[in-house]
Design a protein around this ligand. Sequence first.
Ligand SMILES: [Zn+2]
Ligand SMILES: [Zn+2]
Length: 365
Amino acid sequence: MSTMRAVILKRPHEIAVEEIELITDLAPDEVLLKVELSAICGTDIHPYEGRMEVEDDLRLGHEFLGTVVDAGVGVQLWSAGDRAVASCVVNCGFCHMCRRNQPGACVGLRIFGLGLTTGGLDGGQAEYVRVPAADLSMRRIPEGGAGTDEDYLMVGDILTTGYEAVRAHYTPGDVVAVVGAGPVGLCAAMSAQVLGASKVILIDKIASRLKEAEAFGAIAVNADETNPVDAVLDLTEWRGADVVVDAVGHPSALATAIRLPRAGGSLAIPGVYNEETLEMPWGEIWFKGIKISGGAGNITRYMDEALALVVEGKLNPGRMVSHRMPLSEAAEAYRMFHAREAMKIVLDPPADPPSVPVPDQERSP
Ligand SMILES: [Zn+2]
Ligand SMILES: [Zn+2]
């Protein structure tokens, strides 16, 4: 039996890197990917904190990139040696919703590394991962593009998630306001900038994150110092923002975000909510005619556009990587990420070099 190492959530707050069986039997639509890079995401923190109920010994990770080792008999587009990034959300491609180009609403939706309630796919924070519906869910990493592997890695989730939050609701020239300057919020803000927003406003309370936002031309609003509703009104001739993104996924962020769209504007909510009910200013929402959208990202619908912008060098989400750590240090990486000591951590399975924080200047454009 061959084995591989994988990041395993033993129970909330307890991560182990264990040697487990490497399954090489593939379903007809699957490929076996040798993982070269994976990342820890805010979504991983839901099971890590115990806020999302998952089975014991869960293999984590839904953001990964690697090289195809083997492909199932039905796979048309992939063969050994191809390099690819996978969508974190796997959709079927055939159901009513998929045929209407809404893969995030797929009846057979599955997500890597988040347990049985999201389809039970093994996670990609491992040396190998099986990717189902590979022809649909993976994209080739082009040779000679302007992106780095860390840029391409983000296409599978956070970049495309942030990109969709803006792109799906937006008209060129819009003012885009983003609540939360974490990785998804920064991806949304940099996407808005590239798509041609007239202003991009980023709201957070962490000064270093706001500095990162300013580095690529966004207007930073520190919610500890300024009322974000007033700030957005001031910047939009008292209208409110055309497109608002809640990239946090916490009721306090939503309470701010819901007050920021102009009449007829949009609120996109890529942030994850588990609450059954929330108090909302319904009269204001109705009178303003705010369009609200949420749910799992339509990754396979938008990842080609996001990928193309990375290839052209117009989007560089890899700049958000603050720490590169070997897979063996995953427990420490999760602790740091959970403690907000790191903006974005990539795990590097094969090389296992000592962990190094990335100096700030390397992340500037
Ligand atoms: Zn993610
Ligand atoms: Zn489907």
